[in-house]
Ligand binder design. Structure first.
Ligand code: NBG
Length: 934
């Protein structure tokens, strides 16, 4: 069969046997499943249930249609008079969920039967984005769904647009967790994510008169067809109350935490299918429900309405995601969220560990580990101690030894405003038992340090969990380090800063204690399945065509093969075409959402999309746009015509309480109004603020970039992950030597990036000079600032004007010991302008531009989360590959006379059929289908 990247059969050709390849229903592998029910002596009627579940849903068009229509009729109860595209989306989603449930249950049974080590990824945020396309791609069934729907009058791509983005995260940290899940499943690791099922995700951003207006994101409004509600999986979580001590029957002193309030955590499972594997893992999210105890009492006293209030109080805990990115907010409710999800999670994981009879606690570290996604879930460390000591009856030292081996901590920022510290009195009030445990942990740890180092006062106070002062604070990062086996940063430069600036005393201490590798680096990545294959199908097809297969989706370093064809004019043409189509698509989106016309044929698309934050320096971008505008204004029309036309596109949410960030959004919108309406220049330069940046919008925005801006002050952006997405999609970076930019440059070559600005080691010195008043501002920047202060961009809005003046004056005001320009915009501005001039120069040479773009994208192999997760798996979690055998080849399958199963075929050591087994034949498959129908 010839290779045709646009034909469905290629993917069948290229990938190993998968569900869609099998022409009929396939028996499910029942690794250890419900063994009791297979007991020949068991009730024959019970056995019948499992027999009826014996086959997977068929992947053929007919089975797909039957599945969808069943849900139309029986789940949605829709009639022909109440059936619209929305209903079709939901029925389709339910039909896909059916398939996910099959693989999810069987994967989990397989993990249990093999008794593999499990890892749990604890995160307060998972920014999943839409599920439908991703699920179809990973289940390898997208083409058949497309056909099945077309055949009943629906367009699959249109259905995708009906899905409300699940947006349970703020930005990079939450999105990283989502990309990680995709890779964990794909790499066949037995990992589950755990978090909170917020009723309201990150707010929806609307722009009204140039300002951000927040709208609640009630994403569950049409119910969520992807999740599985588990009313049977609940755990009690206590808050407040008090701690009693008592002597147990062995005379040991024990603690009992009683009283206070109890809420229930109820599980919702979200199956996460791997790509090119039969494994499907789980994201378990907890919803807060009222604890039965207080409901009951109030009810009995006849206080019915009070009981309802209590219900609301409980549900409040999981109601809303805190909308801060990289900034910590010390609210009691936030601490409640943290403890709520961690308490339910650890109970759930220990229950799973204990399910196997006769286990010794010594086995725990070889069977269970936890990854703390930033310090947010760090209260899990004392919680684990509480469960092991108070509930399981282990002694302190044993419990601590196990805990320290099981936990690992990822640091995602060095910004001081993001480092969590909780007042000790708040912990004492909310979690009295945990405060005692934290005291013990800290005391014993400091004793250990003293034993090794003697009384090193200042060092000890830096290593202590407590920060002394007027208000005693608990430093969650110190607790995470002390309670963890490994600590990692998220890019090479960041991991060095974590060691150098955040935890130098710990690094020395653990080195001396024989743990020099406690601090490690794992550079972030992104999943190419979502960020290339789903977001940019044109480019995905191009890659597969030029590389001869779609294996690059699992082995991203294969993209390097494209470099061999760099000089091919055919490749260059295709590359430019794909980019053009993506720019046209974004142009339509912008017309629809912002009512601004762009010229995708002739304009360079310059994009900066990320949370609005001073350290990310959207403001220096605004300054440059104004500077460019002034330059154009001063030119003759003839000279203007020689310039590269640019569309500057900015997007991102500001935390609702972050006034400066909101002013920057307003400024950006006002710049747009001035520029876009100036008849002299608007053809050459446009500025657009794109509202409501989120995952699904990112999938349209990122593939359309010619350049993207990643311009944080060196040393402030831990990694960044959109930088990776942009380059993979053929956009070049204008950036500083910060975060993962540094490694992208290493991989792709400095000629593929427009680097500018101070280096990290220089920043402190520059700030110091600025403080001393030794801080020049270039004439170009002064012109820009003067214009803003003069009201040029205020458009008669007095309030906006005073905010803009405030922004500028703060930055200008340096000297006399004060440094208003903490993020050194003034210092970096001249080199930023130069970098932008280099962009124009290269863009004028289109052939070279395209070659640079291809070379950069082809060099991005390192930045797949498959690589990141392999590193976590090997270095931190020590996990084995737990790939579920193909269902038609599994020796554990319940029925053996089905599609192409050859009982005489030699088995490999693990019992799976040897690689390269026969392809399924229609005849036997039909046989299997008949059996299923019987
Ligand atoms: C963010 C960093 C990003 C990084 C992501 C994922 C927090 C606390 N940190 O640079 O700012 O890419 O984490 O690691 O949100």
């Amino acid at each position: 069969m010839a290779f045709d990247p646009h034909a469905d059969h290629n993917f069948e050709m290229m990938r190993k046997a998968s569900f869609s390849k099998l022409t009929g229903a396939v028996p499910r592998d029942m690794a250890g499943m419900h063994q009791k029910d297979f007991d020949p002596n068991a009730d024959a009627k019970r056995n019948k249930i499992w027999q009826l579940m014996e086959y997977y849903l068929g992947p053929d068009v007919g089975s797909i249609q039957r599945g969808i229509v069943n849900h139309v009729e029986y789940t949605l109860a829709a009639t022909r008079f109440s059936f619209a595209t929305e209903e079709c989306y939901r029925a389709t989603a339910f039909s896909i969920r059916d398939r996910l449930i099959e693989t999810f249950n069987d994967t989990n049974e397989f993990f249990t039967a093999k008794d593999v080590k499990r890892c749990y990824y604890l995160s307060l945020e998972f920014l999943l984005g839409r599920a439908m396309q991703n699920a179809l791609v990973n289940l390898d069934i997208e083409p058949n769904y497309k056909k099945a729907l077309a055949d009943i009058g629906y367009n699959l791509e249109e259905l995708y647009e009906h899905e409300h983005d699940p947006a349970l995260g703020n930005g990079g940290l939450g999105r990283l967790a989502a990309c990680f899940l995709d890779s964990m499943a794909t790499l066949n690791y037995a990992v589950w994510g755990y978090g909170i099922r917020y009723t309201y995700g990150i707010f929806e951003q609307k722009i009204v008169e140039g300002r951000q207006v927040e709208h609640p994101d009630y994403w569950l409004v049409t119910a969520n067809p992807w999740e599985i509600e588990r009313p049977d999986v609940t755990y009690a979580v206590r808050f407040y109350g008090h701690v009693d001590t008592y002597k147990d029957d062995k005379g040991r002193e024990r603690h009992r935490w009683t009283g206070g309030e109890i809420v229930q955590a109820m599980a919702y499972d979200n199956p996460i299918p791997g790509f090119d594997t039969y494994n499907t893992i789980n994201l378990r999210l907890w919803k807060a429900c009222p604890g039965k105890e207080f409901d009951f009492h109030a009810f009995n006293r006849g206080q019915f309405l009070d009981a309802v209030k209590e219900r609301q109080r409980a549900e409040y805990i999981s109601a809303v995601l805190y909308p801060n990115d990289n900034t910590w907010e010390g609210k009691e409710l936030r601490l409640k969220q943290q403890y709520f999800f961690v308490c339910a999670t650890i109970q759930d994981c220990l229950r799973r560990f204990k399910k196997k009879e006769g286990r010794s606690w010594d086995e725990l570290p070889s069977k269970v580990c936890f990854q703390l996604n930033d310090t947010h879930p760090t209260i899990a460390i004392p919680e684990m101690m509480r469960l092991l000591i108070d509930i399981e009856g282990l002694d302190w030292d044993k419990a601590w030894d196990l805990t320290r081996q099981c936990f690992n901590y990822t640091n995602h920022t060095v910004l001081p405003e993001a480092l969590e510290k909780w007042p000790a009195h708040l912990i004492e009030k909310l979690l009295p038992r945990h405060l005692l445990l934290i005291n013990d942990i800290n005391y014993k740890f400091l004793c250990e340090v003293r034993e090794s180092w003697g009384d090193v006062g200042e060092k000890l106070s830096k290593m202590s969990i407590y920060q002394e002062g007027y208000e005693k604070m608990i430093r969650m990062a110190n607790m995470a380090v002390i309670g963890s086996n490994k600590v990692n940063g998220v890019a090479a430069i960041h991991s060095e800063l974590v060691k150098k600036d955040l935890f130098p005393e710990f690094v020395d201490y653990y080195k001396a204690k024989g743990q020099p590798d406690k601090f490690v680096n794992v550079t972030n990545g992104v999943t190419p399945r979502r960020w290339i294959h789903c977001a940019n199908r044109g480019l995905s097809n191009l890659f597969s065509e030029w590389l001869g297969s779609d294996s690059w989706l699992k082995e991203l370093t294969m993209l390097q093969g494209l470099v061999n064809h760099l000089d091919s004019t055919e490749l260059q043409k295709q590359w430019a075409d794909v980019k053009k189509q993506n720019k046209v698509k974004l142009t339509k989106w912008i017309k629809l959402n912002c009512d601004i016309d762009l010229d995708p044929e002739n304009m360079l698309f310059d994009i900066q999309v990320k949370r609005i934050h001073e350290y990310k320096r959207q403001l220096i971008n605004c300054f440059y746009i104004i500077h460019r505008y002034f330059k154009l204004k001063k030119m003759s029309p003839g000279d203007r015509d020689k310039q590269v036309k640019r569309a500057c596109l900015i997007g991102g949410k500001a935390a609702p309480g972050y006034a400066v960030a909101k002013t920057i959004i307003k400024l950006c919108n006002n710049i747009g109004l001035v520029l876009n309406n100036d008849p002299d220049t608007s053809k050459y330069l446009k500025c657009v603020f794109m509202p409501n940046y989120n995952v699904s919008n990112a999938q349209t925005i990122i593939p359309a970039s010619d350049i993207s801006q990643h311009i944080s002050t060196a040393g402030t952006e831990a990694s960044g992950t959109s930088n990776m997405k942009f380059v993979m999609n053929g956009g070049l970076i204008v950036g500083t030597m910060d975060g993962a930019n540094v490694e992208i440059r290493e991989e792709c070559g400095e000629d593929t990036m427009f680097i500018f600005g101070a280096l990290e080691p220089e920043v402190a010195g520059i700030r110091e000079k600025a403080k001393n008043g030794n801080y020049p501002i270039s004439a170009e920047l002064r012109e820009v600032m003067d214009a803003i202060v003069s009201g040029k961009f205020s458009l008669g809005d007095g309030e906006a004007h005073s905010e803009f003046v405030g922004l500028i004056e703060k930055i200008r005001n340096n000297g006399g010991g004060y440094n208003g320009d903490f993020y050194i915009l003034c210092h970096d501005f001249p080199s930023y302008c130069k970098a932008n001039e280099q962009v124009d120069a290269l863009y004028k040479d289109q052939t070279n531009w395209i070659k640079t773009s291809i070379k950069a994208a082809a060099s991005m192999g390192k930045f797949t989360t498959d690589r990141s997760i392999k590193e976590y798996g090997q270095i931190i979690w020590k996990l084995e590959d737990a790939e579920r055998p193909a269902p038609d080849q599994s020796p554990m399958a319940r029925v053996r006379s089905f599609a192409n199963f050859d009982p005489n075929a030699p088995k490999t050591a693990t019992g799976a059929a040897p690689p390269g087994g026969a392809a399924p034949t229609a005849g036997t498959a039909t046989n299997a289908t008949e059996k299923a129908a019987a």
